[in-house]
Design a protein around this ligand. Structure first.
Ligand code: CO
Ligand code: ZN
Length: 321
């Protein structure tokens, strides 16, 4: 999946989605009637129709780090951009927009607590040299790698580039009378910010957020019923939204009618764009289709190719009905 690989490897932490947005714009421009960007940076592709106005969203941004201070020896102190788990960080490499890579480490080596004791080493000799390369406010993301094996895909930022990929692929094949808005949102990871203005501007009747969801199929995790390989996850609720019942039931019956593998999802941590779309203006009937994912927000998120295919088919079926 060459396109998904490209999307995954892009540098696009929250608020720095512009280049990724330009890339997606090129990728989809032949398939939409109108493509534009709103003030916040959300990329919106409209496929005009006389039927229902439906908004689909997937966020472009990924979690990352931001430089807060450069010390005399050229080591960078940083804060998180989005929900970063410190235990995934020591020994990892991160990459800045200008291509500079740095090693994240912590002192003492077995320090359990904290971002506060962590730093990024870009190999600079001192502060002066470091400041020629990076500055306070620069953001970095996990260095990329991307693997496809045993029917899975492993990589960084599959949250939510896998969702962006699903929207792009769906857009390319949908034939529908409905008025469709494919929205590639910004700043989801720092509080569902982009989806808020996009939904207000579009004023949809229905919406679907396409994002990743946690899976409960790792050794000690049995409280979540979602599993890799068991199909598209139809969202019942997460901490940001209780999905519209009719939308959820429509998704279930479409999946059954079209023989698309699906499972029901209750996410007990975090939220998605659906969280702000559903209470935009006077309210929007909103649902969610999710891609089951292991190790969310780590540099090695894992999804199933079959699930991703199922998600694309279910989005398509929903838009075409
Ligand atoms: Co996320
Ligand atoms: Zn996400």
């Amino acid at each position: 999946m060459e396109l998904l690989k490209k999307l995954s490897l892009f540098y696009a932490p929250s608020g720095r989605e512009k280049k990724l947005s330009e890339f997606i714009k090129k990728e989809i421009s032949g398939f939409a009637d109108e493509v534009y960007t709103d003030s916040l940076g959300n990329l919106i592709a409209r496929k005009k129709g006389t039927g229902k106005r439906i908004m689909l969203s997937a966020h472009m941004d990924e979690i990352g780090v931001v430089v807060t201070y450069i010390d005399d020896n050229g080591f960078l102190r940083f804060a998180d951009v989005g929900g970063l788990y410190t235990k995934y960080l020591a020994g990892r490499r991160v990459i800045f927009e200008n291509g500079t890579e740095g090693v994240v480490f912590t002192e003492p080596k077995n320090d359990k607590n904290a971002l506060l004791n962590m730093y990024i080493d870009i190999g600079a000799k001192n502060k002066e040299e470091a400041e020629k390369i990076v500055t306070v406010g620069d953001m970095a993301v996990f260095c990329g790698d991307y693997t496809e094996q045993n029917g899975t895909i492993i990589g960084k930022a599959l949250d939510d580039r896998a969702g962006c990929f699903a929207l792009i692929e769906a857009l390319k094949q949908i034939k529908s009378e409905n008025d469709l808005y494919f929205v590639f949102t910004v700043q989801e990871e720092v509080g569902l910010r982009g989806a808020r203005t996009a939904a207000f501007g579009i004023e949809p009747e229905f919406a679907l957020a396409v994002d990743v969801t946690d899976s409960g199929d790792t050794p000690k995790n049995d409280k979540i019923s979602v599993k890799l390989g068991k199909g598209a996850a139809i969202k019942v609720m997460d901490y940001s939204v209780i999905c519209d019942r009719a939308v959820r039931e429509a998704l279930v019956s479409l999946a059954e009618k079209n023989a698309i593998k699906y499972q029901l999802e209750v996410m007990t941590e975090g939220g998605t764009d659906a969280g702000v779309i559903h209470f935009s203006r006077g309210g929007v009937k909103t649902g969610g289709i999710s891609i089951p994912t292991r190790y969310i927000h780590s540099p090695s998120e894992m999804i199933s190719k079959d699930d991703l295919e199922a998600v694309i088919r279910l989005i398509t079926a929903f838009c075409e009905q």
